[in-house]
Design a protein around this ligand. Structure first.
Ligand code: COA
Length: 321
């Protein structure tokens, strides 16, 4: 039994913030940001929450899949910026869409969150425990950024992406590769809630996201090609046979470097970071939904997916559409 993606959806906040807008509130420029990252604008939430964007993305994915809320057995939501510690964002989505038969929970694997969630759903579906799952990646990163750290805050955005997956006898995911390296976790760290225990003195250090950009860059350009090579080998497919590589949208230079290392044309790497920035767990499903809406995805195509980031974590997969 395979796990097939049968529908996608996404939701971005209404408020668009360009690099020029940022240059009015901090010492930066469109030239610096776009030349180093490829990012030109991002959506930053004002009214929207992680849950409200997740609900919208989920409804659109369900509509695209032709699946009702009652048919969903499982909701897994990857996020580092849920609205509450409890209830989970997945439970908020369950309530809002009326998926009363579903088991719902969040996972934290940062920018790999959607891919880790897909892999969990794949394991449940292959074992026959569940048949239909809603997988969501959603973030309101703007609320956990350090807006005094121009080297990091300009890179990120807010949004949500979702996919409905279902057991299928013929087609679907062909291979997964996941990894974690907690020993290097502090190169991309964020403590978004300080200790409220009156007996403990807490430091405000690391309260918001802090990143060693160069270390993260070095990690990404080695871990991602290695993971993609592994997953291609396991699927028995060469890089040339892949129609599209849907990568986590962190930085255009990382994507160009991966394309070069895999000896594949950059044309096979669709981009959403130019108008979205890096939306952590939401990046891959938003990109997938844009590809789907733009008619890029045809039955039988082979798509490679890869997420990477905080943890450190990475996850790749090959799927037959
Ligand atoms: N605007 C203008 N100048 C900035 C700036 C900004 N937003 N942010 C940093 N700078 C300055 C720095 O202060 C530094 O100035 P100095 O040389 O006078 O000290 C200079 O630009 C270079 O900074 P540096 O950090 O060396 O830049 P870089 O070439 O390494 O690029 C990143 C920085 C963040 C773009 C790059 O390291 C990167 O893309 N890393 C990967 C990050 C990532 O994708 N993380 C998420 C993975 S999930």
């Amino acid at each position: 039994m395979k796990t097939r993606i049968i529908g996608t959806g996404s939701c971005l906040p209404a408020n668009v913030v360009t690099n020029d807008d940022l240059s009015k509130i901090m010492d930066t420029s469109d030239e610096w940001i776009s030349s180093r990252t490829g990012i030109r604008e991002r959506h930053l939430a004002k009214e929207e929450t992680t849950a409200s964007m997740s609900v919208e993305a989920a409804k659109r994915a369900m509509e695209n899949a032709g699946v009702t809320a009652e048919e969903i057995d499982l909701i897994i939501l990857g996020t580092v910026s849920a609205d509450y510690v409890t209830p989970s964002c997945a439970c908020e989505v369950q309530a809002a869409i009326g998926a009363k038969n579903a088991v719902a929970f969040d996972i934290n694997a940062a920018c790999s969150g959607f891919m880790f969630a897909l892999h969990i759903a794949n394991a449940y579906i292959q074992s026959g425990i569940y048949r239909t799952a809603l997988i969501i990646g959603a973030e309101t990163l703007s609320k956990i950024m350090d807006w005094n750290d121009r080297s990091t805050c300009v890179l990120f955005g807010d949004g949500a992406g979702a996919a409905v997956v279902r057991a299928d006898e013929n087609t679907g995911f062909l291979a997964f590769d996941l990894g974690s390296d907690g020993s290097r976790g502090m190169v991309l760290a964020g403590l978004n809630r300080t200790n409220n225990n009156p007996l403990v003195e807490t430091s405000k250090e690391l309260q918001y996201v802090h990143m060693d950009g160069q270390e993260v860059y070095k990690f990404a350009v080695t871990a991602v090609p290695a993971s993609l090579h592994k997953v291609l080998e396991d699927a028995g497919i060469s890089a040339e046979e892949i129609d599209y590589f849907a990568l986590h949208q962190a930085n255009i230079r990382i994507i160009q470097s991966v394309a070069k290392r895999l000896k594949v044309s950059e044309d096979k790497f669709p981009i959403s970071l130019d108008h979205c920035g890096n939306i952590s767990a939401a990046s891959v499903p938003i990109l997938l939904d844009e590809m789907n809406k733009n008619g890029l995805l045809k039955p039988g195509m082979k798509i490679a997916l890869s997420g990477f980031g905080g943890g450190l974590t990475w996850a790749s997969a090959v799927v037959e559409w």
